[in-house]
Design a protein around this ligand. Structure first.
Ligand SMILES: [Zn+2]
Length: 298
């Protein structure tokens, strides 16, 4: 019997980046209403001396979310200044079309910091804050804006972080964000649409795409159609549909990201009857052999 397909929602930026707890609460209540457990990728440290483990209200809100079936994972340290390497081209393009110029500027400013020993220091600091906040280590790391160099994965191995979620299968979501609808390209053949062994010590839980970033009513049908297409393609090849969305969008008062996601959940339920899981549950199923790894990227 084929296993039930997995649908995993990850929500980035609560905590040190988006410090407004009202935004988090709106997002969390939406997922509760939808009956969808999610993983919040939480930023442990932020501007103004903000530290997750010292924020009583935030800790109460996150612990309450975890008691209700959600889960928290680690989103970098500060989410600031290319902290684990340059941003991937799909993220750089959000700042304008000249990707080479963005890369040159970031490399001049931050390139001397893209070293494995510094990554290990940052990860150790981030894990310690997370551990004080939750009484356990994170299972999974996603860096801020997917900042990365290959040394990140050696650093993850050294500090004992096994699961990255730091690659994108369908970059078209970001082409759509930039309103480049006409020639969006296609899936990245180097990123399989489901968990795969990235290095000998690290497994990647790839993001299929982002569909719900700052929408308008006019954009919703196009972005929803992309998401529906991706869900079908992912399940056809036995992958895991793991999407990223952002707390500042899902928790926005305009309700547009919620509108898209609500429609996507309903269509996925009707067409595929997936099992909605958070990242901790996906990892448990991977380790139990109930979800298999895909062949590695090229
Ligand atoms: Zn982020």
């Amino acid at each position: 019997m084929a296993t039930q397909p997995r649908f995993v929602v990850t929500v980035d930026d609560p905590g040190g980046l988006i410090q407004d707890l009202a935004i988090f609460d709106r997002a969390r209540r939406f997922f509760d209403r939808e009956g969808v457990p999610v993983s919040f990728y939480v930023v442990p440290r932020g501007e103004g001396g903000w530290l997750l483990d010292e924020q009583t209200d935030w800790l109460a809100a996150l612990h309450s979310a975890e008691r209700d079936g959600h889960d928290c994972q680690l989103h970098g340290l500060d989410h600031h200044g290319c902290e684990f390497g340059p941003y991937p081209p799909l993220v750089m393009e959000m700042g304008g079309p000249d990707i080479e110029a963005h890369l040159r500027a970031d490399t001049e400013r931050f390139g001397h910091l893209w070293r494995q020993d510094l990554y290990e220091d940052k990860l150790t600091t981030a894990i310690a804050i997370f551990q004080r906040a939750f009484g356990r280590r994170p299972l999974s790391l996603r860096t801020g804006a997917l900042s990365q160099t290959p040394e990140l994965y050696s650093a993850m191995a050294t500090v004992g972080l096994r699961y990255a979620s730091n690659a994108v299968t369908d970059p078209r979501g970001w082409k759509y964000i930039c309103e480049l609808y006409d020639e969006p390209g296609d899936w990245d053949p180097a990123v399989p649409p489901g968990p795969y062994q990235l290095t000998s010590a690290v497994i990647n839980l790839p993001i299929i795409s982002e569909y719900a970033w700052y929408l308008t009513e006019e954009k919703i049908p196009k972005h929803l159609a992309l998401a529906v297409e991706d869900v079908g393609r992912v399940y056809q090849v036995g992958g895991v549909f793991l999407l990223v969305c952002h707390v500042q969008c899902v928790g926005a008062e305009d309700g547009l990201s919620q509108k898209l996601l609500s429609q996507l959940f309903a269509i996925a339920r009707r067409e595929h009857d997936p099992l909605f899981e958070n990242v901790a549950e996906l990892v448990r199923d991977l380790e139990a052999g109930q979800v298999g790894l895909l062949a590695g990227g090229g």
